[in-house]
Design a protein around this ligand. Structure first.
Ligand code: CP
Ligand code: NVA
Length: 312
């Protein structure tokens, strides 16, 4: 059994600014090593569990690929195949999996699930998306921004257009840690969570909530959007399509932004809804690098969580 309480990454604010900077530096280093074909297997003998209650392409496969690259192995667990499905308590599942694995990534509905799991877990828990947060996404997103706009992002103006959702919350918390300004444009009633906003502002986040998407993008160097109906909100999708249409990231909205602004979308994208084909596939879009960087960031987060030492 492991000694001491493990560190978890359940939301961006769980890491200090220095830790986030180190994780980002690590991701850049691992990306360079991978591109140069340099191999090292610091996670040999380690096991990562992926416990997913919602679908995933990028988060699942990027963590799997990252762990394989580091020399470790992965066990994927769909919650419907576990005894959780038949009512086994989270606290029991957490303690049992802690005896088999070295780290676990969880994708689920409420943040309270990962919080409870982490409370009982003897191994590091990483949030792979909840209704409230998507911290690994925000870190790989900012890595992509740094590649295009330079490593000091403290002076950047970032726009978020659309739903004040989980990814938006993680970006709000990232503003507290890295110092960039964030303008969030969303329809009334779909603003980010008040408590998350308040906590992030207390910790230094520079966030402004506006209703007009043009106002948000006007001086933005980075423009970010995401689906209008997140996983679990499928019943609201039709109503949301009407409310959110003025927030579509299309060429007209983009024409109000500086011409060197980059466009981010964590994917999956719904072309013709939150973003048009033209913008997603256009010259300002960095979404494919953004998707790739999830893997380098996942590897770096595993370095942090497993306290790995690189032999290279
Ligand atoms: N961006 C992201 O988390 O994608 P998946 O839902 O495919 O993991
Ligand atoms: N906000 C989206 C992100 C998907 C990666 C969702 O939660 O479905």
């Amino acid at each position: 059994m492991k000694q001491g309480k493990p560190r978890h990454f359940l939301r961006v604010l769980d890491l200090t600014s220095e830790e986030i900077e180190r994780v980002l530096e690590g991701a850049f280093r691992l990306k360079r090593q991978k591109q140069a074909g340099i191999q090292s297997f610091p996670a040999t003998g380690k096991s990562l569990g992926l416990l997913f209650e919602k679908p995933s392409t990028r988060t699942r496969v990027s963590f799997e690929a990252a762990m394989f690259t580091l020399g470790g192995q992965v066990t994927f667990m769909s919650s419907k195949d576990l005894q959780l499905q038949r009512g086994e308590p989270i606290k029991d599942t957490a303690r049992v999996l802690s005896r088999y694995l070295d780290c676990v990534v969880i994708r689920t509905f409420g943040q309270s699930v990962v919080d409870e799991f982490a409370e009982w877990s003897e191994i590091p828990v990483i949030n792979g998306l909840t209704n409230e947060h998507h911290p690994c996404q925000a870190l790989s997103d900012i890595m992509t921004v740094m590649e295009r706009k330079g490593h000091d992002c403290s002076g950047l103006s970032v726009a978020w257009v659309g739903d004040g959702n989980n990814v938006c919350h993680s970006w709000i918390e990232l503003s507290a840690r890295l110092g960039f300004s964030l303008k969030v444009a969303c329809p009334k009633g779909f603003e980010p969570d008040e408590a998350i906003l308040k906590e992030a502002r207390t910790q230094g986040a520079k966030v402004e909530i506006v209703e007009d998407p043009v106002e948000a993008v006007r001086s933005a160097q980075v423009i970010n959007t995401d689906v209008w109906a997140s996983m679990g909100q499928e019943d609201e999708a039709e109503r949301r399509r009407e409310v959110f249409m003025p927030y579509q990231l299309n060429s007209t909205l983009l024409s109000h932004a500086p011409s060197d602004a980059i466009v981010l979308h964590c994917l999956p994208a719904h072309r013709g809804e939150e973003i048009t084909e033209e913008v997603l596939e256009g010259p300002q879009s960095v979404v494919w690098d953004q998707a790739e960087n999830k893997m380098h960031l996942a590897a770096s987060i595993l370095f942090w969580a497993l306290d790995l030492r690189d032999g290279v």
